[in-house]
Every structure is written in C-alpha cells, then in structure tokens.
Design a protein around this ligand. Structure first.
Ligand SMILES: C[S@@+](CC[C@H](N)C(=O)[O-])C[C@H]1O[C@@H](n2cnc3c(N)ncnc32)[C@H](O)[C@@H]1O
Length: 194
C-alpha cells in the first residue's frame, strides 16, 4: 500500500475553508473525502458547504472510521456515510456513477506506480460523468513538513497519469496551503471524468 500515515491530520496546518471554497460546491452534491483521516474536511464540507448534499468519508484506518461513526451518531448526521476501505482496492457500498466530487488531501503521494492506476480506476467507476476528482497535495520541493520529495507528484505528472484514465484537467491552483520560503506548500488540481 506504500506510504500510509494512518491517523495523520492536516487540521493544524491546512485551512479546510481554503480547500473547500476552491471546489465551488453548489450545496447539493454527493461528495467524498477519500483518505479522510480524522474527517475534519468531510465534516466541514457537510456542515458548511453541502446543506442538501451527502458526504462519504473513506479511510483504511479502522480507528478513524470508528471515531467518525461516534461523531455521526452523537450529532445525528444522516447525510454522512463513513466507510472503512482500502481505496487501492475498492470502495464497497458506493454505486457506479454516483459521486459528484471526490477530494483527496495529502493522500495521493502515498500511491506508487504499482497501485495508483487501481485508485484512479476505482474513482473512474464511482464518479459521475463530468464528476470532479480534486487532489490537494504537497509540491515536489524540499520542505519541513510532509513526505520525502522523491515520492511527491508534480501537477504535470498527475495530469499525464490522469489523461490515460479519461480524466481532463480543468483547474490548477499552485498557491495553496502553508506559507513556505518558496511561496506556498501545496497545489490543488481538479480533473473531470469524461
Ligand atoms: C496524511 S493523512 C491525511 C488525512 C486527511 N485527508 C487530512 O488532510 O487531514 C493520509 C490518510 O490517508 C489514508 N490512506 C492512506 N492510504 C489509504 C488507502 N489505500 N485507502 C484508504 N485510505 C488511505 C490514511 O489512513 C490517512 O488517514
């Protein structure tokens, strides 16, 4: 499965509003936070951006999903579905062509040439035609936080990989995340399923 980082969260160093406002949600979408960790982005999405939507929070780490289940029942969140799944394999319980927007924050860098095609194929299955797959990740430069530079993807590398799966790049913002000496730490790239 590569580089996993169970239990890590970007809550202390990324602004979920910066990420979610970049997605221009209408409010009624079916949304997935894939590799959701503690779910801080999924919960913000549901509470602030998707009043009439549905949110799937997916992670392979059982403890994260157990905690999200507790949060869901304590807060009566009917529109939240938490799924424990390895997204390099399959996301059970999610129908074909059912997701409007999928988001991965600080997750995709963990996938290698061995398994990233399986991940993209699975999102090709669950996303609607014209559905969007948004990836926010660390820029491939040396910085204090985050994975080693050699495993990080540039937006151009992601685009090359995604076009082979019938996704089209529709958006790129390279001024996201934390302030670092070189500018900002992250990019947000969005692909549309054709
Ligand atoms: C660095 S954390 C980021 C968590 C969250 N997106 C955030 O920004 O706070 C990476 C997350 O991806 C999850 N993850 C890694 N590989 C996965 C896989 N194959 N399937 C599902 N989740 C995975 C990890 O368990 C972890 O929660």
């Amino acid at each position: 499965m590569g580089h996993v980082h169970h239990g890590k969260s970007s809550a202390t160093f990324l602004d979920s509003d910066e990420i979610l406002s970049g997605l221009n949600l209408k409010g009624n979408e079916t949304f997935m936070d894939a590799g959701c960790g503690d779910g801080h982005i999924a919960i913000k999405a549901m509470e602030k951006y998707l009043p009439d939507g549905r949110v799937y929070a997916v992670d392979s780490y059982d403890k994260s999903i157990e905690e999200l289940e507790i949060y869901k029942s304590e807060n009566n969140l009917e529109n939240l579905t938490n799924i424990e799944a390895d997204i390099t394999k399959s996301i059970p319980g999610v129908e074909n062509d059912s997701i409007d927007v999928a988001l991965m924050v600080n997750v995709f860098h963990g996938f290698t040439s061995e398994n990233r095609d399986d991940v993209i194929s699975e999102f090709g299955r669950i996303l609607k035609t014209n559905g969007r797959f948004a990836i926010m990740d660390f820029k491939p430069i040396e910085m204090q936080r985050g994975p080693p530079v050699n495993i990080k993807y540039s937006p151009e590398e992601l685009e090359e990989i995604f076009v082979n799966h019938n996704f089209k790049k529709i958006y790129l913002n390279e001024e996201m995340g934390e302030e670092i000496p070189e500018g900002r730490s992250h990019y947000l790239i969005i692909f549309e399923k054709r």
